[in-house]
Write a protein that binds this ligand. Structure first.
Ligand code: DSN
Length: 478
């Protein structure tokens, strides 16, 4: 698309929106300005391409399309079929998967579809066979009672939240922790790394139906071959949530033992993180689970979002281009440069570095909580998010960590030299911020003191750094 076409498309869209509700048009324009001006280091965010964004604003949004390609509960879905089939085809080709399901609206939805499919495959189907029934409707009340009890009795073993796992990997207050009897594996307290022997031991003791790998705040690779061996040793279904690192799998940075697709029974992901697509989810699996996964909507999900599936097809097509591999490699180079820059300046990093797209800073060394550090950085034009560190004494709200990641800045074109400057800016802010007390003199985990002049100066320096890497250079709104 020519740059002129991008400007015309977005300007025209805003003009039309402004005619109805100008405040929405203003918010959209302001969001672009904010994103252009800030040093975005949120590990789970990115900048989708203009083509991906534009694929979402159209008439596909108006269709209901429960069911699957060619087998819908609504008439007139031929164009939805086209885009869903394309999204699935690109996903299968990109990841080398036998089956892809492009309907989940988010990563959590993708995980729920996967859990549903595993339970249906491992518990419901055997129960139906035992009862010699074809469908749950054919079960007697007694059979149904037994099945309900068995469904509620299943076990999941996943990475604990404070070790970097995700809420949906069995965290007790989350629906996943209520669907399953849950136990989690952590990381080695000395190294911060996954200890596969301990995972194997936990699996032997707990005998889970599902072993989950994947993370949202673990800065290292996971060996999925070993995890599959552990799952096999106890007869568990092995599921990987690759939402954070799907772009690194797509870009062939994570291969062999570190590519989950050949090793897992089922893989879930979001499409908007390192994969750089629209907000949404995706499930990949082999033929054994495909039928159950395809029942995700309407059994688990509301109607699919055809406009978002169109955007998934566009983004996945982009990820199949050769330059995406270069992008994926640069994400990791940048994360490592950022980690080295921080370490050189005295920061403490969980696991001492990174081999993926994210870095987890333990900010207690700066005398701060994650909440204080996050706000001080935001005052200085640096957007991050606070995150728990393993065995975090400050809990999940205040936390002791700051999670940063490089997918977004790498899309913008920043390289390793700019990562060193970014490390310098972050270190300056963190080392000049101090914890402040409540008015009554008690310690606060939220209040902090940072000289506003310093915050302004760092903000200007961040702006100067970004000026060399314009965001959406083809889009001029005014
Ligand atoms: N909220 C996402 C993240 O920031 O990692 C995970 O769901």
């Amino acid at each position: 698309m020519s740059r002129n076409a991008e400007s015309t498309a977005f300007r025209s869209a805003l003009e039309v929106i402004r005619g109805v509700e100008p405040r929405v048009a203003d918010a959209i324009g302001a969001e672009l300005a904010d994103q252009r001006e800030s040093l975005k280091l949120i590990a789970s965010e990115n900048y989708a391409s203009p083509a991906t964004l534009l694929a979402m604003g159209n008439w596909l949004s108006d269709k209901y399309a429960e069911g699957t390609v060619g087998r819908r509960f609504y008439a007139g879905c031929q164009n939805v079929d086209t885009v869903e089939a394309l999204a699935a085809e690109h996903a299968r080709e990109l990841f080398g998967a036998a089956h892809a399901y492009a309907q989940p609206h988010s990563g959590i939805d993708a995980n729920l579809v996967a859990f549903w499919a595993i339970l249906a495959d491992r518990v419901e189907a055997p129960a139906l066979r035992r009862a010699q029934a074809r469908h749950v409707n054919d079960l007697t009340e007694a059979d149904w009672f037994t099945l309900r009890r068995e469904l509620g009795d299943q076990r999941m073993l996943g990475m604990s939240l404070d070790a970097g796992g995700h809420l949906t990997h069995g965290f007790r207050p989350n629906i996943s922790g209520k669907m399953f009897d849950q136990r989690s594996y952590g990381t080695d307290p000395a190294t911060g790394l996954v200890d596969y022997d301990r995972v194997a031991e936990a699996a032997r003791e707990f005998r889970p139906l599902v072993l989950v790998a994947g993370y949202s705040a673990y800065p290292r690779k996971v060996n999925f071959r070993i995890m599959r061996e552990i799952a096999d040793s106890v007869g568990a279904t092995f599921m990987v949530d690759m939402a954070h690192f799907a772009g690194l799998v797509a870009g062939r940075v994570f291969t062999g033992d570190f590519d989950p697709v050949p090793h897992a029974h089922i893989v879930t992901t979001t499409t908007h993180k390192s994969l750089r697509g629209p907000r949404g989810g995706l499930v990949l699996c082999g033929p054994e689970l495909a039928d159950q996964v395809d029942r995700g909507c309407p059994m688990v999900l509301g109607g699919p979002l055809p406009h978002v599936m169109a955007a998934k097809a566009v983004a996945l097509a982009e990820a199949r281009r050769p330059d995406f591999a270069d992008y994926a490699r640069r994400i990791v180079d940048n994360a490592q440069a950022l980690a080295e820059g921080l370490l050189r300046r005295g920061a403490s990093l969980v696991t001492g570095g990174t081999d993926n797209h994210l870095v987890l800073i333990d900010v207690t060394g700066y005398g701060l909580t994650g909440r204080q550090a996050e706000q001080a950085l935001l005052d200085s034009g640096i957007v991050t998010n606070r995150n728990a560190v393993p065995q975090d004494p400050n809990g999940a709200w205040y936390t002791s960590g700051i999670r940063i990641g490089t997918p977004a800045l790498t899309t913008r074109g920043l390289g390793t030299a700019e990562m060193d400057t970014t490390a310098e800016l972050m270190h300056t802010v963190l080392s000049q911020t101090s914890a402040a007390a409540n008015p009554d003199g008690t310690a606060s985990k939220a209040k902090y003191a940072l000289d506003p002049a310093l915050a302004d100066k760092v903000g200007r320096q961040a702006g100067e750094l970004l000026a060399g890497f314009p965001l959406y250079p083809g889009v001029q709104l005014g």
